[in-house]
Write a protein that binds this ligand. Structure first.
Ligand SMILES: *Cc1c(COP(=O)(O)O)cnc(C)c1O
Length: 364
């Protein structure tokens, strides 16, 4: 035991840790709410639970490695060919596989910052360099600056719309123009994890852009609108050559049998789930309007969350939320992301935010 352990790749030393949203601290008599991970507050419909139970009965067997039923269901739903799909254990895993498939060591992955915290990790894990382009003052992607950041080392551009954690979405024409300025050999990933929640002007039709550009990849998840965060299933839609490369990097049997069954089942009751999305969107509008009315500078909120740009007050706000029974997601020194939850949770959040801005943070 006197020789040091084997040394991992140098790139791993600099990898930022993924900070998961914390559960709330339980306290006697105070209801608690988890608003820290952008989860869907609705429990799964009974038919989805039944599909999962049926699949669980065969857990002694490996899942279908080819994800056949899942791919057929998604392909039929989106009207895309089956060979344009690649699925894995959540869309974050799909993203890792994609970076692995396209980046040599030292190649660059361009993305906005602040954006989804998995992006710099995915780049570093795969030996690529994360090139971070600051958001605009209103918390949007600066698409001109992102296009300018593309070099001959750039292999992948990640576009997060709506942007996690700040909220704004990119319009169809804006993304279309951006694609004109990116070389066709650079993969452009459009991460639509919250796409179902967008209600803004000129909503993105990412699948249409994928048909127009062989380098466009549409990344989707069952975790948010479809409420399957705990089961891990996500996929991409891409040119068949791109999708095949991503499948080649995927772990065998990545999507479990229960996750495959659940994903097929949620597509089977999509209408009901999209009604729930509508309810969450209505709550989001209520929450954002109330916050703005109280003086908060909330960027355009197009996901199932709102962003409070608290700067140095971030930790204090998170503590105030904790004391009120809520877990939120603080980003040190920058701001707090709060998931739109069930109405009573949103009420507690609004009350806490109002108290905070009037007492602690308000105009002097
Ligand atoms: C939640 C989220 C995902 C989805 O991740 P899964 O691995 O599918 O759970 C992807 N992208 C962004 C930006 C997200 O916020």
């Amino acid at each position: 035991m006197n020789s040091p352990p084997p040394r991992p790749r140098a790139a791993l030393a600099g990898i930022p840790a993924y900070v998961a949203g914390r559960p709330p601290t339980g306290r006697d008599g105070v209801p608690t709410y988890k608003l820290s991970s952008n989860e869907n507050p609705f429990p799964p419909p009974p038919e989805v639970v039944r599909a999962v139970e049926a699949a669980a009965a065969s857990m002694n067997r490996y899942p279908d490695m080819g994800n056949v039923l899942l791919y057929e269901s998604v392909a039929a739903r989106l009207e895309v060919p089956v060979d344009a799909l690649a699925a894995s254990t959540g869309s974050v895993a799909v993203l890792y596989h994609l970076v692995q498939a396209f980046c040599e060591p030292g190649d660059e992955v361009v993305h906005a910052w602040r954006s989804f915290e998995a992006y710099p990790i995915a780049a570093s894990v795969c030996g690529a360099v994360s090139v971070q382009v600051p958001l605009t003052a209103d918390a949007r992607h600066d698409l001109d600056a992102m296009a300018a950041a593309v070099t001959d080392r750039t292999r992948v551009v990640l576009v997060c719309t709506p942007n996690n954690p700040t909220g704004p979405a990119i319009g169809h024409e804006a993304l279309r123009a951006f694609l004109q300025s990116v070389p066709p050999d650079v993969v452009v990933v459009v991460d639509e994890a919250y796409g179902e929640f967008v209600r803004g002007e000129d909503p993105l039709r990412a699948l249409e852009l994928r048909r127009e550009h062989a380098n466009v990849v549409v990344l989707r998840t069952f975790a948010k609108a479809y409420g399957l965060a705990g089961l891990r299933a996500g996929y991409l839609v891409a040119h068949p050559t791109v999708a095949a490369a991503v499948r080649a990097c995927s772990l065998p049997f990545g999507v479990s049998a229960v996750a495959q069954a659940a994903a097929v089942a949620v597509l089977g009751c999509e209408g009901q789930l999209l009604e729930r999305v509508e309810a969450i969107v209505a709550e989001r509008e209520r929450v954002a309007a109330a916050l703005r009315g109280d003086g908060w500078d909330v960027p355009d909120a197009q996901g199932n969350f709102v962003w409070l740009p608290l700067g140095d007050d971030t930790a204090r706000f998170a503590a105030a939320a904790e004391a009120a029974g809520m877990a939120v997601r603080p980003y040190a020194g920058d701001g707090v992301r709060v998931t739109v939850g069930e109405p009573p949770a949103n009420d507690v959040f609004l009350e806490t935010a109002r108290e905070f801005i009037t007492r602690d943070h308000g105009p002097d």
